[in-house]
Design a protein around this ligand. Sequence first.
Ligand SMILES: Nc1ncnc2c1ncn2[C@@H]1O[C@H](COP(=O)(O)OP(=O)(O)O)[C@@H](O)[C@H]1O
Ligand SMILES: [Mg+2]
Length: 268
Amino acid sequence: MGTIQEAIAKARATRNATGAEPAVATTSGGPASAQWQQLPTFKPSIRRLRRNRIVAADGGRPAMDFDVIRTRMMQVMATNGWKRVAITSPTASCGKSTMVLNLAFSLARHREHKTMVIEADLRKPSIARTMQIPQEHQVSRVFEGRATFEEHAVRVGENLIFATNVNAVAGSAELLQSTGTVNTLNDLTNRYAPDMMIFDMPPMLTGDDTMAFLNQVDCVLLLAAAEHSTIKQIDACERDIASQTNVMGVILNKCRFVDPDNAYDYYE
Ligand SMILES: Nc1ncnc2c1ncn2[C@@H]1O[C@H](COP(=O)(O)OP(=O)(O)O)[C@@H](O)[C@H]1O
Ligand SMILES: [Mg+2]
């Protein structure tokens, strides 16, 4: 085994040893449920979400493209026993955060499925603003060991949690690979037993934050923007991701001309 593979295997082993296995199954009742109930709740405005292209909250035709991706994702992740997925792109503004939110709301319509969204784009946080979460949440402070998760997260409905940031963070790459962050994620896995943790990441080619974090996730969804991302960029990202974890798929986003029966060009 080469050195990178060895390092990855070691990181995985540490993650598992420190408790990647959920302590409780995610059925109703039990300590994990009690944890979920303790979080403050928030009800986003559906109209505001729609204005920001978040259309998957109430199902129906607008949600259909996201529902297809959601279902495929759930199948692939369940088959492989994967729980943590990162969503990234080669460069900025490919639609990552929009995709994260749509997938999260689509997943939440499966009432048995518990989803946790963690905003790990600490350079350009956007989720709190898009959703208009009223509290000044800053999950980076939890990673730094300066606050509890419960002070910086909200529950939407029964089975969806958002941990977001109002401000950008200096030294974000170092923070993302710190022991504090690794331990926080393991602790959340143990206490909340989410079926899926979705990480909204920064782009891959404009900093090292995502590369620094990839050994913490089981798989990655790579978003490319039509007429913007190049094949060369996508190839480079796929190779970098594959050196650390699993590439779950590549989605060509922001297509202007699409077959209405196939709104996303490819997904593997
Ligand atoms: N599929 C899409 N088609 C057109 N515009 C989109 C699409 N997805 C997102 N956008 C828009 O592109 C901009 C950047 O989206 P965002 O999700 O914040 O990207 P990122 O998180 O990758 O920086 C936003 O104005 C958003 O509304
Ligand atoms: Mg974003």
